[in-house]
Design a protein around this ligand. Structure first.
Ligand code: ZN
Length: 230
């Protein structure tokens, strides 16, 4: 077996099979919420001082509660945004320490990433209950450490590439309105490397909220939506 073959085999066992399994089959991974009259909006990759305050304002205006999957390193730099999210009634979940893909973390690094992140959030007054790995990718040890630290793995059932620089606010608005169904966990972003992408997400979300409310759907945090089902 060549070095390349060995690497490929190791990566398949350590990364690819666990990711595929957890994304599609694993019972412990939350992919939808049980109540078909509810929607769980989730915002990843923040907090971001350029966008998160504006998003909080929009959500407050429409009395909508959501879940933020935050990057711990950014949370440490912006603790006031995290506190404001909590004061507004939103849930704070963990989205890794600095958005490193779990595929590149050894078991020890996976443990350190989660442990260090929890400590940062606890210092701000957050007891995280939910974890979404960057890009939704797991390695073979992720599940073990999530269980150890009392975190539930969360995936999503709907996304529209709102992080892309190629998608306009109008596209995001139309795609979300058309595709969202009751029981969906919707993946969105309040921070991004693509210039101004979160601004387009925030611009579109207010119309989406109005439309979904007219359809009789209620917006809930993951903790609220899963209460009584765990
Ligand atoms: Zn992310």
């Amino acid at each position: 077996m060549s070095i390349f073959d060995s690497f490929l085999l190791a990566s398949t066992v350590y990364n690819i099979i666990p990711s595929f399994w957890q994304r599609i089959f694993a019972k412990h991974v939350i992919r939808r919420i049980p109540n078909k009259n509810q929607i769980a909006l989730t915002f990843d990759d923040g907090p971001d001082s350029r966008y998160t305050y504006q998003l909080l304002e929009t959500l407050a205006k429409h009395d909508v509660k959501t879940t933020f999957f935050v990057v711990a390193e950014k949370a440490a730099k912006n603790p006031n945004i995290i506190k404001m999210c909590q004061q507004c009634g939103h849930e704070i979940g963990l989205h890794s320490y600095n958005h490193t893909c779990q595929w590149f973390l050894t078991p020890k690094a996976t443990k350190n990433d989660i442990e260090k992140s929890i400590k940062i959030l606890q210092d701000i007054g957050v007891e995280p209950k939910f974890f979404r790995p960057p890009w939704g990718l797991f390695n073979i040890s992720t599940r073990y450490y999530l269980k150890k630290y009392g975190l539930n793995a969360v995936y999503w059932s709907r996304h529209v590439y709102d992080w892309s620089k190629f998608n306009s606010a109008n596209y995001i608005r139309k795609a979300l309105t058309k595709r969202i169904r009751g029981g969906d966990i919707v993946l969105l972003h309040d921070s991004s490397y693509a210039k101004e992408a979160p601004r387009r997400t925030i611009e579109s979300i207010k119309d989406v909220i109005v439309d979904l409310k007219e359809r009789g759907l209620e917006f809930v945090t993951l903790r609220e939506s899963l209460a009584g089902y765990e």
